[in-house]
Design a protein around this ligand. Structure first.
Ligand code: A2P
Length: 343
């Protein structure tokens, strides 16, 4: 049994972690919810019990004898406190981008590269990839094995949950304002997104880099190849859409071998945690409303390119807070317990 801490327990991903840890039946001896000083004394629910939130400090991990520490409170918080947790002997499962490209830190999607978990010993930290990357590599992995992917072009349709609770609230507030015909006022009050998000799409997530891509897009480029141990060319366009909590992706893969739609459906359907929903005659395809609150990556609209027999197109959708963050983190913890745990 393990003592488990959640740093960022009052946030969108932190709250979902509480639910997923319970649903996945992690062997919990004690659960310690942590957040900023602002939240001390607030209460969270876990397995029917009410737990009081404690302040995230460097000392808390040793005091509470934490074995597994989930971090989901932003990059700068992880930078400051994750090393404290690791020093106190915990394995850190970090949701932020802070450690992801550190060569000594494994970056893990358990369906794709569980074997990398053993590298946790180097620093005590395992990084959870970017949400868009997680759902993309889960659908790329079986196709790469089958057809040998050389290049991926992807356009994302990313939910506001990727910007945390504040992002979700901003969409809600603006939608409410739309229905009250008061949008102008609400737009002036926006603080999370660069532009109005209600009734809009914004082709800009995270900072712009010198190469013209955004940091979010470069995460998809770099993280995909670190997880898949590959050298695939990835060209993303990341777009924020007024959807609450599931990301969608339109993906084109350029392969070494000729592709087959039937074979693609088969290898995807047989892959862990993927559901193929691809029945155009019945208007069945992946959409955020079917993925939300589930732990699967839904893949559909699978079709061969009109011109090149080695090119395949498809669409995938997954719940950003679960598959893209909390569930992947808990799956990492489960694997870590299987492989490295001793209690
Ligand atoms: P708090 O509620 O006390 O601000 P989200 O991603 O939904 O915005 O949530 C962010 C999470 O990270 C919240 O639980 C938030 O706690 C926590 N957090 C943010 N800044 C800090 C900090 N400096 N120290 C500890 N926790 C923090």
């Amino acid at each position: 049994m393990y003592n488990i801490a959640i740093a960022g327990a009052t946030g969108a991903v932190g709250e979902e972690l509480l639910r997923v840890i319970e649903e996945f039946d992690l062997p919990v001896k004690k659960l310690v919810p942590l957040a900023s000083a602002r939240s001390v004394g607030k209460e969270v629910e876990f397995k029917g019990e009410t737990l009081k939130v404690k302040e995230l400090t460097c000392e808390v991990f040793e005091e509470e004898e934490i074995d597994i520490a989930f971090f989901s409170a932003g990059g700068s918080v992880s930078a400051k406190f994750a090393p404290c947790a690791a020093k106190a002997g915990a394995v850190v499962i970090d949701n932020t981008s802070y450690f992801r490209m550190n060569p000594d830190v494994p970056l893990v999607v358990p369906e794709v590269n569980p074997e990398d978990i053993v590298l946790w010993k180097k620093t005590g930290i395992i990084a959870n990839p970017n949400c868009s990357t997680i759902q993309m590599v889960i659908s790329l992995a079986p196709l790469h094995k089958e057809f040998g992917i050389k290049r991926v072009d992807v356009a994302t349709y990313q939910a506001v949950s990727g910007a945390g609770k504040k992002g979700m609230e901003e969409l809600f507030e603006q939608m409410r304002a739309v229905f009250n015909f008061k949008l102008d006022k609400k737009v002036e009050e926006r603080e999370v997104f660069q532009h109005q998000i209600a009734l809009n799409v914004i082709p800009h997530i995270d900072k712009f880099m010198d190469n013209g891509f955004t940091k979010e897009e470069m995460k998809m480029v770099n993280e995909t190849n670190k997880i898949m141990h590959s050298n695939i060319q990835v060209a993303p366009t990341c777009v924020r859409v007024p959807v609450l909590r599931s990301h969608s992706e339109a993906i084109t893969i350029y392969c070494e071998k000729e592709v087959s739609v039937e074979r693609a459906r088969e290898v995807l359907a047989n892959f862990e945690d993927v559901k193929v929903v691809d029945n155009p005659e019945k208007n069945e395809y992946p959409m955020p409303i079917i993925a939300t609150d589930t732990d699967y990556v839904y893949v559909g609209r699978i079709r061969k390119d009109l011109y090149d027999p080695k090119v395949l197109h498809f669409f995938n959708v997954a719940d950003q807070i679960r598959v893209g963050a909390a569930t992947n983190a808990v799956r990492i913890a489960k694997k870590w317990i299987e492989m490295e745990g001793d209690k």
